[in-house]
Write a protein that binds this ligand. Structure first.
Ligand SMILES: [Zn+2]
Length: 305
């Protein structure tokens, strides 16, 4: 299955009727990862007909309210719906304390295990992996500690050509080994090279989420060449000094960063509530980076298109 992102919230700090605060669902074959969880995120998940219980990992960039306030509701609903699987949350220092206080004061007992991992926002680390994907943190430049997250699929096994299985009577125990690159030797000792038995697997896909940040001056190795970069552009470039002061980026700066990092596609988001119309964001960014779109609540982007 192709990786995709669903925009749950494309707005900045002040929610508006058309733009919820930050939230993105990264969907893979085996799971859904939630990245940021602004107020109202669980309602957005329902509105766009996704499953709250399919989320096993949540990644919070930083502890400004528009990026985490929805967590309390989400956790509570997962409990009410009888969740049993663990929920892992990755977030900067401080979130665990807030959630512990909230659960204690409201005397809430969760029927599932809540595991909160503290993300060190001062360095880039691999913070999570499962059989398909690895997740890396990367320090951003915001008013408070803030981390980007980069999702990279692992290299997939090769695809065994079905007709070769029957033609050469390849035994079951050999099939996985061939998928991992081994040649096949039949009973008579004849060697069949792996490339004659298999097809290339789908190229691993990658996605980077950068919100909120003053644009970084250096292109980090960890996002070099990613398929899709989601970068905040709270302002247009005529408000550059405001962006600077508030530790945010402009559409032009996000596009210049995309060029530096040689990403394949750029999606802009985290728009200030002062902007109703987003056409100027695309116009401004596309002057330096052609493959750019704006995020809209409910819009889905495939990571490789
Ligand atoms: Zn912020």
């Amino acid at each position: 299955m192709a990786l995709s992102i669903l925009i749950l919230g494309s707005g900045a700090a002040t929610p508006s009727v058309n733009r919820n605060p930050s939230g993105i669902l990264l969907k893979s074959e085996s799971s859904s990862f939630l990245i940021d969880c602004g107020e109202g995120t669980q309602l957005q998940i329902r509105k766009y007909k996704e499953s709250i219980q399919r989320i096993d990992q949540v990644f919070i960039t930083h502890l400004h309210a528009d990026h985490y306030l929805g967590l309390f509701g989400l956790i509570s609903t997962q409990g009410l719906l009888g969740r049993e699987r663990d929920l892992e949350i990755f977030a900067p220092k401080g979130l665990k304390e807030m959630i512990d206080v909230q659960l204690k004061i409201t005397n809430t007992y969760l029927c599932f295990k809540l595991i909160i991992h503290e993300v060190d926002c001062s360095q880039s680390l691999m913070i999570f992996e499962n059989k398909d994907i690895q997740v890396f943190s990367y320090p951003l430049n915001h008013k408070i500690p803030c981390s980007a997250y980069v999702f990279k699929e692992k290299i997939k096994p090769r695809n065994l050509i079905p007709s070769k299985i029957t033609e050469l009577k390849i035994p079951v125990y050999m099939r996985n080994k061939i998928k991992m690159g081994e040649d096949f030797i039949d009973d008579s000792g004849k060697i069949y090279a792996n490339r004659t038995l298999t097809l290339d697997p789908q190229k691993p896909q990658s996605f980077a989420y950068f919100s909120d940040t003053k644009v970084l001056t250096k292109a980090p190795d960890v996002i070099q060449g990613v398929d899709l970069l989601y970068h905040e552009s709270t302002f247009l470039h005529d408000m550059q000094s405001r962006a600077e002061k508030t530790y945010h980026s402009t559409a032009l700066q996000a596009a210049e960063f995309a060029v530096k990092c040689e990403v394949k596609k750029l999606v802009l988001g985290h728009f200030s509530a002062r902007y109703n119309e987003l056409t100027d964001f695309v116009l401004e960014a596309s002057k330096v980076f052609a493959n750019v779109e704006v995020a809209k609540d409910g819009k889905q982007f495939f990571i490789s298109e």
